[in-house]
Design a protein. Structure first.
Length: 332
């Protein structure tokens, strides 16, 4: 069940929305911003539970996202929109565009770069989503040019080391919790302006520090291999591709493919390929017309020929049977 609570204060200037999601696709679609264009694939087994809390302010939107499974997030921010977030998770690390996301590191998303994030099992992120043009306009300072900020953001590393991003992380968490718990403060225009100015200053400091060097990343060649694999899978969405098919297309051996996917996602190529197909099968299952297409028909399209094995694999990954997904979709 996806519960949405929405309130407006300050004549509609501020909106708060709280979303609790028991489905990975609901989590991916839970952002206020339209045209975000992201897709989530669940990689680790078990029932999904996640949340997406958003506070939409005049100059920026504050986001707190949590999830309890390893998720592969892929997409692109809307035109002109950037996002920067701090990873609050204390266990394990994530991955973003060839770089490791450690606790308290900052992840930067821009509209000109497709992002690909592998979250840790227990994921907690606080972030700000903003347009440089709108952010700078709310500062009411004619000496600030939003184009300079935009250029600096585009040149920055996509992941910024915790040593350089701690102050921004602290600010984002403080701003989010204060806005949620003391919403009456947001009725005061001077408070909103002060928050925007502090964010702008910390953003500049963090981005400038991000120019000094990247955090520890995976092997660039292995990251390129994984991106080529992903593009191949996306270009053949309903094909039951095998490991051999992928190796032939990408031009690598099984061992090279094994090492690349294991380093980037922490799982074997077989596990990765099956998880991607199961997620796609799940989306197709929710979209099907039960009067025209059976669960078996959908399974066959995605290369699942053994229905009892499919049911076992599906329940292991998502915590429910394919028939339960279809029934829940019909009653939603």
């Amino acid at each position: 069940m996806n519960l949405i609570l929405e309130s407006a204060v300050g004549h509609g200037a501020v909106q708060y929305r709280e979303s609790r999601n028991a489905d990975v696709d609901q989590q991916a679609a839970a952002l206020i911003y339209e045209r975000w264009g992201q897709r989530y694939d669940q990689l680790s087994p078990g029932r999904f539970a996640g949340s997406m809390d958003e506070i939409q302010l005049p100059a920026l939107t504050l986001i707190r996202e949590t999830s309890n499974r390893v998720i592969l997030q892929k997409g692109c921010t809307p035109p002109g929109v950037f996002a920067i977030g701090a990873v609050l998770s204390q266990e394990d690390h994530g991955y973003h565009c060839g770089e490791l996301m450690r606790p308290r590191s900052a992840a930067l998303l821009d509209p000109k770069t497709e992002f690909e994030i592998r979250t840790p099992e227990s994921f907690d992120l606080v972030a700000a989503v903003f347009s440089p043009r709108e952010l700078c306009a709310h500062l009411d300072d004619p000496t600030i040019d939003h184009r300079e900020l935009e250029n600096d953001l585009l040149k920055s590393s996509k992941v910024i080391d915790p040593a350089r991003s701690t102050q921004l992380a602290d600010f984002l968490l403080r701003a989010f919790e204060s806005s949620r718990e003391n919403s009456e403060y947001l009725l005061i225009p001077s408070n909103l302006k002060q928050m925007a100015e502090e964010f702008y200053a910390l953003l500049n400091e963090t981005v400038s520090a991000g120019h000094g060097g990247q955090v520890c990343g995976v092997c660039p060649n292995r990251e390129r291999i994984v991106r080529r694999v992903r593009r191949f899978l996306d270009a053949n969405p309903e094909s039951a591709l095998s490991i051999t098919d992928i190796c032939d297309e990408v031009g690598v051996t099984r061992r090279t493919l094994q090492n690349a996917i294991q380093e980037v996602f922490g799982i074997s190529p077989q596990h990765y390929l099956k998880a991607i197909r199961l997620n796609a099968f799940r989306r197709a299952l929710k979209a099907r017309d039960p009067l025209r297409e059976s669960i078996g028909d959908v399974a066959a399209r995605w290369g699942f020929w053994h229905l009892s094995q499919l049911a076992q694999d599906y329940r292991r990954l998502f915590g429910e049977l394919p028939s339960q997904t279809g029934t829940r979709r019909l009653h939603s």
